[in-house]
Unconditional design. Structure first.
Length: 297
């Protein structure tokens, strides 16, 4: 025990503020929401125990729940790969040793700081409106663009483009990973006449796999929790025609528009399980494609 304390005391000391916040401020609401998910609660009268009724209704009778899942899964499947590809491409460009690279890093990271703000969501809605800047640019080449935001067939893609624009955070992580790859591997490959695309697939991607895995997990969790931008762009109700009915927006409306807090708590726990399942699958699959330098056969 003394050896354990001596070895781990510094780490737990730095974790102490988070542990205090978790046990005093977070754990209580988590357990309360678990209890409320088995009740009918409108935030006015006392919670009334209904058992599994909320979950049975959710999976058997609530069509908007399934619509919210479909929209959210579609967004995650499109936005996460698009953002990671964009981030990796920019990171590889910056890794070439550009001058004033610190300035470029700051510029490219800025959208990640601003992208979830209300102002950017309003700006995005104006850019993709029927008379917005995007259609104004397309009109110069003779294309009459649709109203991207209000068309159910294109509205989700505007959110995917917004997600791609917020590539700054994974880009910095990719850049750090690229800087850790030994340059002599590329020099040896060039001496052997290996083309650039094969260097990328045989050297860059395998050695960058731990970083790709880290970014994949974080960005997937973040995509499932997307809320503020889609709430503003869809006017808070998933419009048009529920094409932007993200799971978080549906949960928010059930809790604070219709005051079905018990049902909203059940929705929150289902979302937690979904994120846990996707994260678990990512970790299970990682043993087949993620390899670390300190691993031994």
């Amino acid at each position: 025990m003394r050896r354990f304390i001596t070895r781990n005391a510094p780490g737990y000391t730095f974790l102490l503020p988070w542990l205090i916040g978790f046990f005093l401020l977070t754990l209580g609401p988590i357990l309360a929401s678990l209890y409320l998910s088995f009740t009918k609660y409108d935030m006015v009268s006392a919670p009334r125990w209904v058992g599994w009724d909320n979950y049975v209704y959710m999976f058997t009778r609530d069509r908007r729940f399934w619509k919210a899942l479909h929209v959210t899964f579609s967004y995650v499947a499109l936005a996460v790969p698009a953002r990671l590809i964009m981030a990796l491409a920019v990171a590889m460009i910056l890794d070439k040793g550009l001058r004033s690279i610190s300035l470029y890093r700051a510029i490219f990271y800025l959208p990640s700081l601003l992208g979830s703000s209300i102002a950017i969501a309003i700006l995005w809605r104006q850019l993709f409106a029927k008379d917005g800047a995007v259609n104004a640019v397309l009109s110069f080449v003779g294309i009459d663009g649709p109203s991207w935001i209000t068309d159910p067939n294109t509205s989700l893609y505007t959110l995917v483009v917004l997600a791609m624009w917020q590539f700054g955070s994974p880009m910095l992580i990719f850049l750090a990973g690229l800087r850790s790859i030994p340059k002599d591997l590329y020099e040896a490959a060039e001496i052997d006449g290996t083309p650039a695309w094969r260097q990328f697939t045989r050297i860059t991607l395998p050695l960058l796999a731990p970083v790709i895995f880290f970014n994949l997990v974080l960005q997937t969790i973040d995509a499932f929790k997307t809320f503020s931008s889609v709430f503003i762009i869809s006017h808070g109700n998933g419009a048009p025609a529920d094409s932007l009915l993200f799971y978080t927006v549906y949960l928010f409306n059930e809790a604070f528009s219709f005051f079905r807090m018990g049902y909203a708590s059940a929705l929150a726990w289902v979302l937690l399980v979904i994120i846990a399942v996707f994260t678990g699958l990512a970790f299970l699959s990682s043993k087949y494609w993620v390899h670390y330098e300190n691993e031994r056969d």
